[in-house]
Write a protein that binds this ligand. Structure first.
Ligand code: SF4
Length: 209
């Protein structure tokens, strides 16, 4: 069980998988910069949260649902949690909204699975499935919360906790995905990766004397 001070945000998992430096800048150094991609994503999330509650044909839809897991030390919000009627019960089904298309890594699935683990702890229920809605194409991708995804998610949570509590921001390293990163202007991966540390600078300078 984590104490309240040690909680990390659900979004940190996605940032941690995408780029360790991005995760450190946002969750250790508290830096945030909006770009076209994050603005589009924010508008999409705000739309997803507009109507807080709907019900039709055996499906109840709750938006902007606050989530928390004491066991995993996580908190945040689910865009949408649908509750599907199953006899007398309602089965939770989390849905995450993403502006772009499915990614090559599984950061979106890990983030959704972490939402599932929070909901399971909060509701005392077992949730087998959820979905990610991608803006391009406008389609839902079903996600099964199988043992492998659950294991990967819990491993990522542990690693992200250790990384954030260590409080060390890694050096930048230019990658293709930097082009879509909102922190590109602050991070400056192209120019910074060749810069010398102060220690190295003095060593190089002493060698030249
Ligand atoms: S610009 Fe690249 S290296 Fe820097 S935080 Fe973003 S993804 Fe990471």
């Amino acid at each position: 069980m984590y104490s309240d001070d040690d909680f990390i945000q659900l979004s940190a998992l996605q940032h941690f998988i995408f780029c360790r430096r991005q995760c450190a800048l946002i969750h250790i150094e508290q830096v945030w910069v909006e770009n076209l991609f994050t603005a589009e994503g924010r508008v999409m999330h705000e739309k997803a949260h507009e109507e807080r509650f709907q019900e039709s044909k055996g499906v109840r839809v709750e938006r902007g649902v606050a989530l928390c897991s004491k066991r995993l030390g996580l908190n945040g919000k689910a865009d949408v949690v649908e509750f599907h009627r199953q006899g007398k019960d309602w089965l939770a089904f989390p849905v995450e909204y993403k502006r772009g298309k499915p990614k090559n890594d599984d950061c979106d699935m890990v983030q959704l699975c972490a939402q599932c683990l929070c909901l399971e702890e909060m509701l005392g229920a077992c949730i087998p499935e959820g979905a990610i809605f991608y803006g391009k194409p406008r389609r839902r991708l079903p996600v099964m919360f199988d043992d492998e995804l659950r294991r990967k998610t819990e491993d990522t949570v542990r690693q992200a906790h250790a990384f954030i509590s260590a409080g060390i921001t890694p050096k930048p390293e230019y990658m293709k995905k930097c082009e879509s990163c909102s922190l590109m202007g602050i991070c400056m991966p192209r120019s910074m990766e060749h810069s010398l540390s102060v220690d190295k600078y003095f060593k190089e300078a002493l060698k030249e004397e």
